[in-house]
Design a protein around this ligand. Structure first.
Ligand SMILES: C[S@@+](CC[C@H](N)C(=O)[O-])C[C@H]1O[C@@H](n2cnc3c(N)ncnc32)[C@H](O)[C@@H]1O
Length: 202
């Protein structure tokens, strides 16, 4: 996988989602085994989430099903695309015909964790309801490359939780309410933008 990571990245751990690309656009949750979670998160990251942050600084690394890893970076234009547009791009990627802004490889969550922990200046965090409440500015180093691991609609499975413990990955929380995965992506982007704007206005 070794490739430069963007300034702010999200690893989405989505083991239950369909990885064969054979879902129907009119029934993403059912036929795609909740592939809508990924489509909505991509829309949050690249369509409507950022307001001041340059989108080229953002990346989503989606670990779909057993072993498919989709890295999404620099989608081609600034027009809001929407969930169905993203569903088409994911289907193409999973069917062996990825668009230029998606690279596909085989990798598991433990592969991804090991890769990113080996890179200097990369901070890996887990987002979990029961983690330490994010105290803006105290925890995040905005000059570093921060990567947040987020679960799917079912949260993290025991294998993922074990991998976090094995690698002592710090768990951060947005509060006790359980939010949608896409909401978490947008909330972190908003927090990050606020930090950048605070520093710029000093
Ligand atoms: C819809 S939630 C998971 C569902 C719920 N936790 C459960 O297990 O029933 C999807 C993911 O978003 C992240 N998440 C949701 N709410 C959060 C919060 N308040 N703080 C931190 N992360 C959160 C976690 O990574 C979680 O695995």
């Amino acid at each position: 996988m070794m490739e430069k990571v963007a300034h702010l990245s999200f690893i989405l751990h989505l083991p239950g989602l369909s990885e064969d690309g054979k879902f129907h656009f009119k029934d993403l949750p059912g036929s795609g085994r909740r592939i809508d979670v990924l489509c909505r998160s991509l829309a949050a990251c690249f369509d409507w989430g950022p307001s001041t942050l340059d989108k080229s600084e953002l990346e989503i690394i989606a670990l779909v099903g057993e072993n498919s890893c989709l890295r999404v970076k620099n989608p081609d234009n600034d027009t809001a695309k929407g969930e169905v547009w993203w569903a088409h791009a994911i289907k193409d990627a999973l069917s062996g015909n990825p668009p230029p802004f998606i690279s596909v490889e085989n990798a598991s969550l433990t592969d991804a964790i090991a890769e990113f922990l080996a890179i200097d200046g990369v901070y890996l965090w887990v987002l979990e309801e029961t983690g330490t409440t994010i105290n803006q500015g105290n925890i995040l180093d905005m000059n570093a490359q921060n990567i947040f691991i987020i679960g799917d609609h079912r949260g993290f499975d025991s294998e993922a939780l074990k991998a976090f413990d094995d690698h002592s990955i710090y768990r951060l929380s947005l509060g006790s309410t359980s939010y949608l995965t896409s909401h978490c992506v947008a909330a972190i982007i908003a927090m990050y933008e606020e930090m950048v704007n605070d520093v710029a206005s000093r």
